[in-house]
Write a protein that binds this ligand. Structure first.
Ligand code: ADP
Ligand code: MG
Length: 330
């Protein structure tokens, strides 16, 4: 589509800023063609996912361009990782308001370039358009899994152990900080939590290693309880989480000591971008070893069971009522 209002033409924009991001991908043809080709492999399947980020909905208008770029890519890499796929390439659709001019785009591209190196992916195409509306970014990411091995939500088994990577609730508490809360928390803890909200760390190393180990998996973006609810619903099962087993960062633990009621935000808040998965009990030692080898914390937080819905129990055996669609009180 021809550009109408940009000072820099769409053609120049692609040649100057996007083509360098596609240099490593032979099939992207330097972004000088209508489409890109990608190499297929006999023993692998492509896994494809897409996420749209809208200014004012998924990020704030004055968030740095570099951070917006990296978040747009990373939320997709997190989806691929949760499916056991190794990320390879991505497409970028940019819908730009006139306020986002060349310096903004240069910063945005710098963010993408950093993450391409960090995660080993290449831009292979996309589209660019102008809009009178808010900045809108869509990324479509492509990854590969061994044929037939993509991890799905629906194959949890009754009695499976439930695991989660990293720590839960940091991003939700980071948002509390950004809204002016938790102001008695130390500066280092505050900035740790805000950082976890601003820039997800997709579990790209862990994900592909869960193939052959996990029965069901997904990434935690809507909140631990709601997302486990999705595994329950698609697998036709229920789940029980032990609240004390849910891994909490030191910063989040400090925040919770001050404000115990924030446990609800931790368990339901979202934006964690950790991997939630279930596995049979026979995999326990393999999972322990994997955590050590990869240096990725993996915590067992509960168990699948017949029935429906997610129950959260405390050490004293009492249930915790959590107001979220994925949760049911027993
Ligand atoms: P069309 O007219 O078919 O929409 P374009 O001129 O938009 O083609 O695109 C030309 C080339 O530039 C294509 O290879 C396309 O994938 C690439 N491209 C356009 N916009 C972007 C973008 N935002 N990011 C990456 N590649 C892009
Ligand atoms: Mg186009």
């Amino acid at each position: 589509m021809p550009s109408k209002t940009r000072r820099i033409s769409e053609f120049e924009l692609i040649a100057r800023y996007f083509a360098p991001l596609a240099r490593e991908a032979a099939g992207a043809l330097d972004l000088k063609d209508d489409a890109a080709w990608i190499e297929s492999r006999a023993d692998a399947q492509w896994v494809v996912t897409s996420d749209v980020l809208v200014e004012g909905v998924h990020f704030l208008p004055d968030d740095p361009a570099e951070l917006i770029a990296r978040k747009s890519l990373r939320v997709n890499l997190s989806d691929l990782a949760a499916k056991g796929a190794a990320a390879k390439a991505y497409l970028l659709d940019l819908v730009l308001p006139a306020t986002h001019d060349e310096p903004w785009i240069a910063d945005f591209v710098r963010g993408l370039a950093k993450d391409q190196v960090e995660f080993g992916v290449s831009l292979i195409g996309g589209d660019t358009a102008s809009t009178p509306g808010p900045l809108t970014i869509a990324v479509t990411a492509l990854g590969q899994v061994p044929t037939g091995e993509m991890l799905v939500r629906s194959r949890a088994a009754a009695d499976d152990d439930i695991y989660v990577s990293g720590t839960i609730g940091d991003a939700a508490l980071g948002l509390v900080v950004l809204r002016g809360g938790l102001n008695r928390l130390g500066a280092a803890a505050q900035s740790y939590l805000v950082g976890r909200y601003r820039l997800p760390e997709p579990r790209t190393v862990l994900g592909p290693k869960l193939v052959g180990i996990a029965n069901a998996a997904m990434d935690v973006s809507d909140g631990l309880v709601a997302d486990l609810g999705h595994i329950c619903a698609t697998s036709g099962l229920g789940a029980v989480i032990e609240e004390d087993l849910v891994p909490i960062s030191p910063a989040a633990a400090t925040a919770l000591r001050e404000h115990p009621a924030l446990i609800t935000a931790v368990l339901t808040g979202g934006d964690d971008y950790e991997i939630l998965f279930t596995a049979p009990g026979t995999m326990a030692s393999t999972i322990l070893k994997l955590a050590q080898t990869l240096n990725v914390p993996l915590a067992r937080i509960g168990r699948m069971r017949p029935g429906a819905g997610v129950e959260v129990v405390k050490a004293d055996g009492s249930g915790r009522e959590i107001d979220t669609p994925g949760w049911q009180h027993f």
